[in-house]
Design a protein around this ligand. Sequence first.
Ligand SMILES: Nc1ncnc2c1ncn2[C@@H]1O[C@H](COP(=O)(O)OP(=O)(O)OP(=O)(O)O)[C@@H](O)[C@H]1O
Length: 202
Amino acid sequence: MACERGERRIFEGVTFSLEPGEALVITGRNGAGKSTLLELLAGRLTPAAGQILWEGAGERTLTECLHYVGHRDALKSALTAEENLTFARDFLGHPAMKPGEALDAVGLAHAARLPVAYLSAGQRRRVALARLLVAERPLWLLDEPTSALDTASQETLRLLLERHREVGGMIAATTHSPLFLRDAKEIRIERARIPLPQRGEG
Ligand SMILES: Nc1ncnc2c1ncn2[C@@H]1O[C@H](COP(=O)(O)OP(=O)(O)OP(=O)(O)O)[C@@H](O)[C@H]1O
């Protein structure tokens, strides 16, 4: 795939495959296009060249099969952690863990009834990650999932990711620090630095 944003080609020649149970770690310098690649996979951007093939999911489209956890946590600050997860569970379909169980799994059971506005950055991140657990979706797209997490929470996340893979789930994650995932594939995005042709140049 290739991707263009604004007047620039961000990257090109990016190709990979992901099978059930596999993890892909996306690395590269600041601004290289890691988040952009995730946004392409999430269907939020359209590739300038190439395509995404999603096979074996039956009736479900790619967007119905994925969770996307971006830099912004997409939580409603006035609602409690539990209410946010209840909303996500009802909205996303294919319900999995109950909100209380998901919060327990990320070590936040004690904060279930607190408005998200009262939580720290790392706690908010854990609520956002708990959303992965309340609806069954095979592909998890994670943009720097360990940011703001302390060491213990990073290990909890690693275990959740490995458990997802054990049941055939797939993960694509951008990162600047090692995620310590077993046998993960890695793709390094390099900025293409190619200006697009000016109008009239063909
Ligand atoms: N909405 C946008 N419109 C135009 N260009 C954008 C937009 N968002 C990002 N870009 C540009 O796309 C390029 C890649 O950005 P991206 O966020 O994908 O990088 P990244 O590799 O995830 O960086 P970081 O490590 O800093 O998170 C950057 O040059 C950025 O300026």
